[in-house]
Structures are given as C-alpha cells and as structure tokens.
Design a protein around this ligand. Structure first.
Ligand code: RB5
Length: 147
C-alpha cells in the first residue's frame, strides 16, 4: 500500500478518474488533487498543486494531461521533483530505478487505460537503486549559465 497523489487537467480527467479508482481498489491511499469536473483547466496549476504535496509528504505522484508533456515540463520546474513522462513499462521502471522519479506523467491522448495501468504498476513497484545513479542525480542541479 502506498500513499499517492494524482491530478490532471481536463484532457486527463477520465484517465485520472479510472486510475484513482483502480489504485484505491488495490488498497493504495490515493489523494485526488483534482480537477473534479472535466471543465477546461490549466495543467500548470494542477501540476504545481500536486508537486508541492509530493515534496511535502515525500510520496509519489501521477500527473495526466493530453500529451503528458505540459505536466512533465511544469513538474520539472520544482527543484525536488523528478517528473518522468512514460509511454512504456520499461521507462516507468527505469524512471524509478535509475532516476528516482517521484512523479509519473502520462498522456491520456497517447496511451489507453490498459497500458496506463501497467505503466503505473511498474512505477509503483520499483525503487531507486542508488550508487552511480545517485551521483548522476546530484549532477542534475539547475544550469545557471544559460540565464
Ligand atoms: C490540453 O488541450 C493540452 O494542451 C494539455 O492537456 C497537454 O497535452 C499539454 O501539454
């Protein structure tokens, strides 16, 4: 059983509802950060809300928009968030094992429910391997010279 935050925009709403139900039925403690209707909304607002909760509660999160791209861009603006957009189970597994990703991003217009369920299972079922991967993560510090 894991404590998981989940959020989407309007494009990811149906997939969010389905995944939240699926994870709850499997005994996970799911916090739905919204939205609570499929009315149009802005993905950065939802991403920032979820990411603040993930950092505060030191847990994992799932963000869903149409492509998954906007959510991953927004999530990765947070210094302590490593948001990984995944379209395969292998990516989701590696995102946890090698990148210590704490937010999984999904594109509801890219993948279907069955694949999304498998990707989420791979993400939740794997952990960070540390070692050389920890050194590489430490090198991900913001790059100042481009400003
Ligand atoms: C909404 O139409 C769409 O732009 C959004 O869900 C997402 O795909 C952005 O990256």
């Amino acid at each position: 059983m894991q404590h998981i935050h989940i959020a989407s925009d309007h494009a990811g709403f149906d997939l969010k509802q389905a995944l939240a139900r699926h994870l709850t039925e499997r005994g996970h403690e799911v916090v739905d950060d919204g939205p609570f209707t499929d009315e149009s909304c802005d993905y950065p607002v939802m991403a920032h809300k979820l990411c603040r909760a993930v950092v505060r509660e030191e847990c994992l999160g799932i963000l869903i928009c149409g492509s998954g791209l906007g959510m991953s861009m927004a999530g990765n603006r947070h210094p302590d968030i490593r948001a990984a957009l995944c379209t395969t189970e292998l990516q989701a597994s590696l995102a946890r094992r090698h990148n210590d990703a704490n937010v999984l991003c999904l594109g509801a217009r890219i993948i279907g429910l069955e694949l999304a369920v498998a990707i989420v299972a791979a993400f939740l079922g794997n952990g960070f391997e540390g070692g050389r991967h920890a050194r590489r993560l430490s090198l991900l510090a913001p790059v100042a010279e481009n400003r």
